[in-house]
Design a protein around this ligand. Structure first.
Ligand SMILES: C[S@@+](CC[C@H](N)C(=O)[O-])C[C@H]1O[C@@H](n2cnc3c(N)ncnc32)[C@H](O)[C@@H]1O
Length: 261
């Protein structure tokens, strides 16, 4: 496993930021996360046991399996798992799929069995964050990495304001869960300080923090979809700004790599 200092998503030696089968436009949204995961995987020099909790339809699980890792997805949704199995079959790879939820993870996987656990877009939805994180940590081998991706509460304030929904922006700023109102589809969002405190309380050492979609959500989709040159420029900007605290503060999502001691 690489030292924390090697987990930057940019600079010399940064791995390819695009999963094997992903288009330039789509990869803008996942570039930073993929680069960080590819770095962890590449520096291990051997196939990893990867556990994707709330992995859904396999958007990252299948590309990880294509790189030769042994991937298990745990998700409560039978529909998502069926789509995952179809996607894996079409890609010609094997991914183990298990029905279960984050807090009950150890009901379906062995403790200390994963080198790398992914928990992307899930902590916003779980009933209670603490038991979910405790189960994720327990599923990791000592020295294993947890990759967490969550919605950034501060970005939502900006997004609502830019869209002209100023009362909702104010509500998101004041709400303890970063929600903009009763119609908000997400149960909670996280600030960076809160997220890092929760990971430390779960017994993890933070190795790297990245902003994800720092600029991508501010650029009109049509510009990226119809012009591969623009997509490449945006990809470069996303990667270059991910480690920058000023951009990270308002990035749509926060990505953290943290290690079980
Ligand atoms: C926004 S999707 C994210 C999917 C995937 N991780 C990704 O990044 O594309 C949220 C996923 O979390 C799953 N989920 C919801 N509640 C969960 C829980 N308590 N434990 C584990 N997964 C959960 C959903 O079924 C869904 O597949």
């Amino acid at each position: 496993m690489p030292p924390a200092s090697d987990l930057s998503t940019s600079g010399a030696g940064a791995p390819d930021v695009r999963p094997p089968t992903m288009s330039a436009a789509r990869s803008v949204h996942t570039a930073v996360v993929w680069a960080a995961l590819a770095r962890v995987a590449a520096e291990a020099h051997e196939p990893l046991d990867v556990l994707d909790v709330g992995g859904g339809t396999g958007g990252l699980a299948v590309p990880m399996a294509q790189l030769g890792h042994r991937v298990t997805v745990v998700d409560p949704s039978p529909d998502a798992l069926a789509s995952l199995e179809r996607r894996a079959g079409e890609a010609g790879v094997s991914v183990r799929s298990l029905q279960g939820d984050a807090a009950g993870l150890l009901d379906v996987v062995d403790p200390a069995s994963a080198d790398l656990a992914l928990c992307h877009g899930v902590l916003e939805h779980v009933d209670d964050v603490e038991p979910a994180l405790a189960a994720l940590v327990a599923a990791l081998r000592p020295g294993g990495w947890l990759s967490v991706l969550v919605a950034n509460r501060h970005a939502m304030v900006l997004a609502r304001a830019v869209a002209g929904h100023l009362a909702q922006a104010r509500a998101a700023l004041d709400d303890p869960d970063g929600r903009w109102g009763p119609g908000d589809p997400l149960p909670r969002r996280f600030g960076e300080d809160e997220l890092l405190a929760r990971l430390a309380a779960a017994g993890l050492t933070v190795g790297a923090v990245h902003g994800v979609r720092t600029l991508a959500d501010l650029v009109p989709g049509s510009a990226v979809d119809h012009d591969s040159g623009t997509a490449e420029l945006l990809l470069d900007l996303e990667t270059a700004t991910a480690d920058h605290p000023a951009f990270r503060a308002v990035a749509t999502q926060l990505h953290v790599l943290a290690r079980r001691d």
